[in-house]
Design a protein around this ligand. Structure first.
Ligand SMILES: [Fe+2]
Ligand SMILES: [Fe+2]
Length: 173
């Protein structure tokens, strides 16, 4: 067994092989390194431009909202699979919020409470909407970022959210 570290969220995965995605933030394996080779973005001190600071704040807000909405959806789910899937999605979004706070060197705000629909299909549609909006937004934030690491961070996050979109589309087939 080895220690692998995700350079996006900074969390360690203990296992024989590098996972295809970070189990915590969902970042692709290109961002996961062997422990002694990893230099996580969340550990760096980055001089943030005004635009990146604003974009990170918006990201934090979106991620905290998404976490709360997915907790609601988990509680309304008809099957254990859907419940477990939404609980995991909620944790991934909270991990994104946590990474943003580490980059900004601010304390992590309290989690929120949000409402959602009673019906799984309606919740899937809402999830697609949230994930597509986030993926598009983060791609724009990556373009706007002058700091190399912030560009990498938003590019990685955008990919994660578009993979969430694909995951939910399978439930709507
Ligand atoms: Fe990660
Ligand atoms: Fe996210």
């Amino acid at each position: 067994m080895k220690t692998f570290i995700c350079e996006i969220c900074g969390d360690a995965y203990l296992g024989d092989e590098k996972p295809k995605q970070c189990p915590f933030c969902g970042a692709k394996d290109t961002y996961i390194k062997l422990g002694d080779e990893a230099d996580p973005i969340v550990n760096k001190t980055i001089e943030l431009s005004e635009v990146s600071r604003k974009n990170l704040e918006e990201t934090l807000n979106l991620e905290l909202d998404a976490h709360a909405i997915y907790i609601c959806m988990a509680n309304k789910a008809d099957t254990y699979e859907i419940k477990a899937m939404y609980k995991r999605l909620a944790k991934v979004e909270l991990e994104h919020a946590s990474a943003v706070c580490k980059i900004m060197k601010i304390a992590q705000p309290e989690t929120r409470t949000k409402t959602c629909d009673e019906d799984d299909v309606e919740n899937f549609k809402k999830t697609l909407d949230l994930e597509q909006t986030a993926a598009r937004l983060y791609l724009g934030f990556a373009k706007e970022a002058e700091e190399k690491d912030i560009k990498i961070f938003f590019t990685a996050l955008s990919k994660v959210e578009s993979e969430h979109d694909e995951l939910i589309k399978n439930y709507l087939k």
